[in-house]
Design a binder for this molecule. Structure first.
Ligand code: SF4
Length: 194
């Protein structure tokens, strides 16, 4: 296995045509037990330089039942979006994650996560990669089928306030899936103390 130094990834400038330039944003340590597999940083994350340091992150931490300190502890939790840099936006929102990233870095970083116990999968590109394209009908059906992926992978809707309507229309998510996710994460973090 080719070992990749994450400091090297942070210096990547492979995609020279990114609208705001390359600025890889991710969190990684080979000891991480939980992975958040998302899409790509948005403009705000690009500006702040920290993943999920916004209202989406607040909601995600609520769903996970953890504080910021645990969330940003790379030895516990890795955050590897499908593309590490802000890809720019088009008419219907942010552009897809840059495909160069998976080939150049992400796959190799994933291989180094040898103690991974749980992957939380957010967004259609991450769902395709982590759950398999052929298995996915649409987001709601995929999240509803969460038990077929648990306990090692759990599909989640994006925690963005833009999804408030979806959450209102699908109350089972916060009633059934969130308590499971919280318990699963508590068990993983607790097992570290023993
Ligand atoms: S998106 Fe990935 S491959 Fe492209 S510049 Fe950023 S880190 Fe490098």
């Amino acid at each position: 296995m080719q070992r990749i130094d994450s400091d090297l990834v942070r210096q990547c400038t492979l995609c020279e045509d990114l609208p705001l330039g390359p600025k890889p944003i991710f969190q990684f340590d080979v000891r991480a037990k939980i992975l958040i597999a998302g899409q790509a940083p948005g403009r705000r994350t690009h500006e702040r330089g920290m993943p999920f340091d916004d209202a989406s992150g607040e909601r995600l931490r609520e769903w996970l039942g953890i504080e910021r300190a645990t969330f940003y502890d790379a030895t516990q939790l890795a955050i590897l979006p499908m593309g590490f840099c802000y890809p720019g936006s088009g008419k219907s929102g942010d552009l897809p994650p840059r495909p160069e990233c998976a080939v150049q870095w992400r796959n190799a970083l994933l291989e180094q996560l040898q103690t991974l116990e749980l992957t939380l999968v957010i967004g259609c590109y991450a769902l395709d990669w982590h759950l398999g394209k052929q298995q996915r009908e649409n987001l709601t059906a995929t999240v509803k089928a969460w038990q077929s992926y648990a306990p090692t992978r759990i599909p989640l809707p994006h925690p963005s306030p833009r999804n408030n309507r979806w959450l209102k229309q699908n109350p089972w998510f916060e009633q059934e899936v969130v308590p499971y996710v919280q318990q699963r994460i508590a068990d993983i973090l607790m097992s570290d103390l023993h």
